[in-house]
Design a protein around this ligand. Structure first.
Ligand code: ADP
Ligand code: MG
Length: 582
């Protein structure tokens, strides 16, 4: 076991490390700290997020600079304001026993004159985002002509965000003979280019295999119809009652929409994206850190700053456009030695992306089924049982016990358990008892996907008290068809559509030649493109237009004991699954 003592750090840093509760150095720390302390060298270090890179460059830089001098000696560039502040705070904590140390954060969206003032007081180390840094150099507010160490942190993310030119400009104001330390989770061409351009024969350190996802993250995918994405997300959340997760969407709009739906459906959720003000984003992050939010729905850009340990699940509601981004997403979980799960909800057309991602992370995905409604009920019940077990008795109830006992005197322990659990169970059960299977079989495209099968129009719909499930059952019974013989049932208010294979076409036409329901003539017609034949129905009411509309599903109940957390007001019942909007 390596120790911090063996890395060559001075006593005051060892003290700070012990104050922070770090016991053993991480791999990147063990490899980097002695090397950087010993010699002046450029360095390229490949390591996933959460491997402790800040300390890996932070301690050597702190030990090597002269705190007595007011000259700026170290510059750390990092992609976002959040990361900038995190690094600054970490460095302050590492250097808490260093007299006169001044670490200053420079980032956009805050007063530039305040920042300039702090720099003037003498900052040995500046931690900056490229945009603001370039700006302040241009205005001669910052002088980096005498820096000795420059860190490019999360280099791949900085380049992703389009900071190449800013970085080039900034570095052109720094001395040639400084040491540059580059840290990155992945090594795309652009990062290699930067290394070539700005560094002199850097030492290369790679933690684990290049571009490999964090060791203790497992990767799962769930194959569903694109429009069932949201229902699938809810099931994944319901099946994991203690979930603490980041849900990634592709656009700001989807991010906002999914978060709003989740909140409406009773989850502790919030959105994080670039259209929020800095203030709003800070608030969201604060609630997430303190676990008041269990599901943080975020865009990739907004999530860049997230450094929260103990995230149990990363959920890819949609896959990112650039598959390289997947590594960043999944790296939000499985931090600091904990295990984590990265889940991907995909439709069939995206399946090949999974294969491409497997190549990048050099790990295989596990194909999983979206849990059935009954499985979820079971998991929720067991979760309730264990929370009851863990609950500390509140003795404020003692004075009411007599009354309660009187009411319940006739029941045995077994009967009581059944009743208590039924109180909570019934709501979930009612929601899920008729829930459909959301899974789509992998492999050969089905008749549906291939556009095969015959589509029928029928003049029965929601007005006749059908939903897709009851109509499907009704038709299957009537036609005596097997489970998979009738599909793509879409119910509108006064009419519906369904598909059967070609071979059942005549059967359907025969049965409905003279079929009446409650005295009313029920007619079916072969439909083209989700339109009623010759009926001129606008296509948008048919299947075509509806295809990609997400299925937001109905309201979902919430176990009373479940989503309510400590911070909630005691009178906030949480019944009906509604929670106060923040
Ligand atoms: P990275 O920059 O690689 O994503 P960070 O430097 O942000 O990782 O560290 C991730 C978390 O792990 C932080 O909360 C940090 O305080 C903690 N950490 C870093 N090094 C250690 C260590 N040796 N032991 C325990 N925790 C550590
Ligand atoms: Mg970092």
């Amino acid at each position: 076991m390596p120790t911090f003592q063996s890395l060559g750090l001075e006593e005051n840093f060892l003290q700070a490390i012990s104050d922070m509760g770090f016991v053993t150095p991480s791999e990147v720390q063990e490899k980097t700290i002695p090397l950087l302390l010993e010699k002046e060298t450029d360095l390229v270090s490949l390591a996933q997020t959460g491997t402790g890179k800040t300390a890996a460059f932070g301690f050597p830089m702190l030990q090597k600079i002269q705190a007595e001098s007011r000259t700026t000696q170290g510059l750390i560039l990092s992609p976002t304001r959040e990361l900038c502040l995190q690094i600054t705070n970490e460095l302050k904590a590492y250097g808490k026993y260093v007299d006169g140390l001044n670490v200053v954060a420079i980032y956009g969206g805050a007063s530039i004159t305040d920042q300039a003032k702090k720099i003037k007081q003498g900052a040995q180390i500046i931690v900056a985002t490229p945009g603001r840094m370039k700006d302040m150099i241009g205005r001669k507010m910052i002088d980096i002509s005498r820096i000795e160490y420059c860190v490019l942190d999360e280099a791949d993310e900085m380049l992703n965000m389009g900071f190449y030119e800013d970085i080039t400009e900034i570095l052109s104001h720094s001395p040639e003979d400084k040491s540059t330390w580059l840290f990155s989770a992945t090594m795309p061409k652009e990062v290699a280019n930067i290394a070539r351009k700005f560094m002199h024969s850097p030492v290369e350190i790679s933690i684990g295999t290049k571009n490999v996802g964090a060791e203790n993250v497992s990767h799962e995918y769930y194959l569903v119809n694109a429009r069932d994405r949201y229902l699938a997300l809810k099931r994944l959340a319901d099946a994991n009652p203690d979930i603490f997760s980041v849900v990634f969407c592709r656009t700001k709009r989807d991010t906002q929409k999914v978060a709003e739906k989740l909140i409406e459906d009773g989850y502790n959720a919030a959105a994080l994206h670039g259209d929020l003000s800095q203030n709003q984003r800070d608030l969201v992050m604060k609630s997430f850190r303190t676990r008041q939010i269990q599901m943080l729905v975020a865009t990739d850009v907004a999530a860049r700053g997230i450094d929260v340990d103990d995230i149990t699940h990363v959920i890819n509601y949609q896959l990112p456009d650039e598959i390289e981004t997947y590594t960043h997403r999944s790296g939000r979980t499985g931090r600091a030695g904990k295990s984590g799960v990265s889940m991907v909800i995909i439709s069939k057309s995206e399946f090949r992306k999974i294969k491409a991602i497997e190549k990048i992370i050099q790990k295989e995905f596990v194909s999983k089924d979206i849990p059935s409604g009954m499985e979820i009920c079971e998991r929720q019940l067991l979760h309730l049982a264990s929370s009851i077990r863990e609950t500390e008795v509140n003795h404020e109830i003692d004075m009411y016990l007599e009354g309660i006992e009187e009411v319940l005197a006739d029941f045995s322990k077994e009967e009581l358990i059944k009743k208590v659990f039924s109180v909570e169970f019934t709501r979930f059960y009612n929601y899920y008892k008729n829930s459909k299977d959301l899974n789509v079989a992998a492999g050969e495209p089905t008749a549906v996907d291939a556009g095969k099968g015959i589509r029928f129009f029928i003049n029965l719909g929601g007005k006749d008290d059908f939903d897709w499930m009851t109509l499907k059952d009704f038709l299957r019974d009537l036609l005596q068809l097997g489970k998979d013989d009738l599909y793509k049932v879409d119910v509108m208010s006064s009419f519906s559509f369904f598909n059967v294979d070609e071979k059942h076409k005549d059967l359907v036409l025969d049965v409905f030649r003279s079929f009446k329901l409650n005295g009313r003539r029920i007619s079916v017609e072969i439909s083209k493109d989700g339109r009623r034949k010759g009926g001129g129905r606008p296509a948008k009411q048919g299947k075509k237009g509806k295809r990609n509309k997400p299925n937001w599903g109905e309201d979902r109940p919430v176990f009373k004991g479940k989503k309510r957390r400590k911070h909630q007001r005691p009178n906030d019942k949480g019944t009906g699954g509604k929670r106060r909007r923040r």
